[in-house]
Design a binder for this molecule. Structure first.
Ligand code: NI
Length: 218
């Protein structure tokens, strides 16, 4: 099958699965397909700069990467409709929800590392796509954690795909600007600290004048 036909078959399957459960892009009213097509777009652009890269396989993984985690799709279904190789890749890209939340990403990354480089590439593309301006309701701790996670993904999957690694590294730098939003509750403390500094500075100037200025200036 040519890449365009693979894309057509896979996007219809994935869109229907996410649509069935009414899944939207988090924080918006947009269909989840927008996320899937963004990840796939990253993969298609990267494929032009990647050697030894199975584009058809990577496109399947990109479009299907959240079907096991989010919808009622089963491993057997992916195996028979696509291939066991696709099902294995998507499984590695899915979090194991029975583990404690803080272990789920590390566990998925460890399983991704046992898979072909196309699977690594989809994880990189997924995080590139997700490193956009965070929703306004996200607390700073969550933004900061997302930033740290992105660096962990990049470091763990070094050697997966040079082009996507560079893309993710650039997105991580951009995302830094969202990680330093001043929490309004901190403002009174900063104002107090500044006022305190001003008083200390004035006091030092005063002491200095007392010590060095000629008696007539005091
Ligand atoms: Ni995703």
């Amino acid at each position: 099958m040519v890449h365009q036909d693979i894309y057509q078959k896979t996007i219809l399957f994935a869109t229907a699965k996410h649509h069935e459960i009414g899944q939207k892009v988090p924080g918006t009213d947009l269909p989840y397909l927008v996320h899937l097509s963004n990840v796939t777009m990253e993969i298609i652009f990267a494929s032009q700069f990647s050697f030894d890269f199975d584009t058809g396989f990577a496109v399947q993984l990109a479009l299907l990467h959240d079907t096991l985690e989010d919808t009622d799709t089963t491993f057997e279904e992916l195996s028979s409709v696509f291939s066991p190789r696709v099902a294995e890749g998507v499984l590695a890209l899915s979090k194991n929800k029975s583990l404690p939340k803080q272990d789920q990403l590390t566990d998925s990354i460890e399983r991704i590392k046992l898979q072909p480089k196309e699977v690594w590439s989809v994880k990189l593309a997924d995080r590139i796509t997700n490193l956009q301006q965070p929703p306004s309701h996200w607390p700073l701790a969550k933004i900061s954690n997302y930033h740290t996670e992105a660096k962990f993904i990049l470091n763990s999957l070094m050697g997966g795909n040079q082009y996507l690694e560079n893309r993710l590294a650039a997105k991580i730098v951009e995302y830094k600007s969202f990680n330093f939003i001043l929490h309004p509750l901190l403002l009174p403390f900063i104002a107090f600290a500044t006022f305190h500094d001003v008083l200390i500075t004035l006091h030092s100037i005063h002491s200095y004048i007392q010590r060095v200025a000629p008696r007539s200036l005091r």
